[in-house]
Design a protein around this ligand. Structure first.
Ligand code: ARG
Length: 653
């Protein structure tokens, strides 16, 4: 591992102040901008006679590289000052000919710093190249579990995907799958010990309804041939018959409410007959452990898990545990229920057990623990599941990635009920990471498909996308093989670049295009860099001319300045209360945009039809060792970023 002493010796050779001022919030070993900020704070603290720590806090990162690399907020540096006067005063004493910091320039209250590219390159190249695949990660953070005597890493549970086995794999499950997998990798890159859970919707009245349908409509032969589709068909058939009964029960409830009668009673009368009654009996059998019912349920669960696993593996995703509503222990649920009754948190209402949420920190709402027919509910199972998980994993934090649909209210209830039960600690460790519930995936793909069909649609669109952009496609060689490999990248980037608050567009042609910032485009620039880098001879010692040449090329300089920000970007994402993967995607898209700018002279030749080998030769002439090192550093940043998104960067073979 790299230490602060390694840094200081390399700083000394660059005639930069060593030792570095000690600043607690700075992490100079992993973040080059922290290093540079610390150096600047060292200078500023002497000029204004403050502590380096205070000076450090006045130095911020501007919103864009067009506002410089660092931003000294003058009123923060000396509270109550007149910015203009302070700037003049500071300018008089600022070191002349500093190798890294030219004289900053004033803009409002900001004293802006544009780093000397020449020195920045000397600092940054070894910084990135030595760190390689750890550049932009920070494993120290997770290692600080204050409650662990042995200094174990912090434990995170990510619960994601969690489809319902009687039902289709929806757009919301796809989003949860991809966001959850990202968060898992991301926290691992910050040193956390991560466990991935899939909490299947594999218990409850829906399974019972499927069982009722199975008895009427099942066809063993069809089931053997295509189990998943057949189960969906059977479920649809029985559900169509069932829906009128659901409507009738609701109507009876509303009518009773209007007439001031018992609503539960009115519903029970309807639900004691027809498919309702059959379903409730079937569920009762399941909850009582009836052998035949359990065998049916197990078969359904097993074929589904096998099928999900196949799909997840195509996306490069693996779970540590397939748990689910069915796996919650009856004892735990009984314990939860007993506690709720003992503490008078829940009460009986028309034969059901409910919690009036206005007594527990919410304005209104009723949460049901046990139904009128005595069946457990989603909520009771979840309460028990949370307690079991906390015992089993003793986690520091749990993130549940689920849509902002019925689950939102559900998790709000869950949070407040845990607190009422005296488990505030546990309640506060659980975070519901929600995303917009609207998805247009079903509109695009239709219904009744296995999740694998999502990928085959993307792959088809990818073939078209490749055909539409001949210039970029040439980079990948074999077309059908590329369509296969690029489709996963296009899906992942599309899902991760949609902000969690935005609706899910599932736009096949957009995600598979080579427009700026798509998966295929990020892949394209990565592959292009690799082609160019074939001419690079390892880590050669760069000459002064190499650095000068680089410093004179504005687009190369801007690219370099962007690369310095990568650890800053990942850290900001980590520090946010709700990490947004699209911040990472946007950053990577910005890097490729700057890279394109840097290579644009050569792009003209490509557009004229000079491709492949000739292109490589042209670049060999154009780029000196300085540029090639810059491209290698860019390649490392792109690779690290893509891997964080779950993409294994690929180069045509
Ligand atoms: N199966 C649920 C759904 O599809 C999501 C599960 C969310 N997680 C939980 N612990 N309740 O809506």
């Amino acid at each position: 591992t790299l230490e602060i002493t390694d840094l200081e010796s390399s700083l000394a050779t660059l005639r930069l102040a060593a030792p570095l001022p000690v600043i607690n919030s700075a992490d100079a070993v992993t973040n080059p901008l922290d290093l540079v900020r610390s150096l600047l704070a060292g200078i500023l603290s002497q000029l204004v006679e403050s502590s380096p720590e205070a000076a450090y806090r006045s130095v911020q990162l501007p919103n864009s590289i067009y506002d410089g690399d660092l931003d000294i907020v003058l009123p923060k540096l000396r509270p109550g000052c007149k910015a203009g006067e302070l700037a003049i005063d500071l300018a008089r004493q600022f070191p002349i000919d500093h190798p890294l910091f030219p004289l900053p320039f004033l803009e409002g209250v900001h004293w802006r710093v544009l780093l000397r590219v020449n020195t920045l390159a000397r600092l940054l190249f070894p910084f990135i190249l030595e760190r390689g695949n750890t550049y932009g990660t920070d494993k120290k953070v997770g290692s600080k579990d204050p409650s662990s005597p042995k200094g174990a890493r912090k434990k995170l549970i990510v619960e994601f995907s969690s489809p319902n086995i009687t039902n289709e794999f929806h757009g919301k499950h796809l989003r949860s799958t991809i966001i959850g997998a990202f968060l898992s990798r991301f926290y691992e890159s910050r040193g956390w010990d991560v466990t991935r859970l899939n909490y299947l919707g594999d218990w409850g009245k829906n399974i019972a309804l499927l069982k009722v349908g199975w008895e009427r409509f099942a066809d063993e032969v069809v089931f053997q041939a295509r189990p998943i589709e057949h189960l969906l068909e059977v479920y649809d058939q029985i559900n169509n018959l069932f829906q009128p009964e659901v409507a009738a029960s609701r109507q009876a409830r509303d009518e009773a409410a209007r007439n001031g009668q018992d609503e539960g009673q009115a519903q029970t009368e309807i639900e004691n007959q027809g498919i309702y009654a059959q379903r409730n009996t079937a569920f009762k059998k399941l909850e009582e452990g009836d052998e035949e019912a359990i065998a049916f349920w197990k078969q359904v669960r097993d074929v589904n898990i096998e099928n999900y696993k196949d799909f997840y593996s195509q996306l490069g995703i693996e779970f540590d545990e397939y748990t689910g509503e069915s796996q919650v222990k009856t004892e735990t649920m009984n314990e939860v229920e007993a506690l709720l009754k003992e503490k008078k948190i829940c009460e009986e209402s028309s034969g059901a057990w409910v919690i009036h949420m206005q007594n527990h920190g919410l304005k209104a709402g009723t949460a049901v623990i046990r139904g009128r027919d005595g069946a457990t509910t989603y909520l009771l199972r979840d309460l028990a599941a949370m307690i079991e998980r906390s015992k089993k994993y003793n986690f520091n934090k749990m993130i549940i990635v689920a849509a902002n649909d019925h689950n939102s209210l559900h998790f709000t209830h869950l949070h407040h009920i845990l607190i009422a039960m005296g488990m505030k600690d546990l309640a506060e460790k659980i975070q519901h990471l929600k995303f917009n519930e609207t998805s247009s995936m079903a509109e695009t793909l239709g219904t009744g498909f296995k999740p694998q069909a999502i990928l085959s649609h993307v792959e088809q669109a990818m073939s078209a996308g490749l055909e539409a952009d001949a210039a970029k496609t040439a980079m990948f060689g074999n077309l059908s093989k590329s369509a296969d490999r690029l489709s996963v990248a296009s899906l992942l980037v599309h899902e991760l670049s949609t902000r969690t608050t935005s609706a899910h567009s599932f736009d096949l042609s957009a995600m598979t295009s080579f427009k700026h910032g798509t998966g295929p485009d990020l892949q394209y620039w990565y592959a292009k860099l690799c082609t160019i880098l074939k001419t690079r001879n390892g880590d050669v010692q760069l000459s002064d001319e190499d650095y000068d040449f680089l410093g004179e090329d504005d687009s190369a300089a801007n690219l370099l300045r962007l690369l310095a920000q990568y650890p800053e970007v990942t850290r900001a994402t980590y520090n946010s209360t709700s990490p947004q993967p699209d911040d990472i995607v946007k950053y990577l898209a910005g890097v490729t945009e700057q890279l394109a700018d840097c290579l644009s002279d050569d792009e003209d030749e490509v557009d004229d039809g000079v491709k492949g080998e000739t292109e490589a030769k042209a670049e060999q002439k154009t780029f000196g060792a300085g540029h090639l090192t810059l491209f290698e550093a860019t390649r490392i940043v792109l690779e690290n970023g893509l891997k964080l998104l779950g993409i294994t960067p690929y180069v045509a073979d």
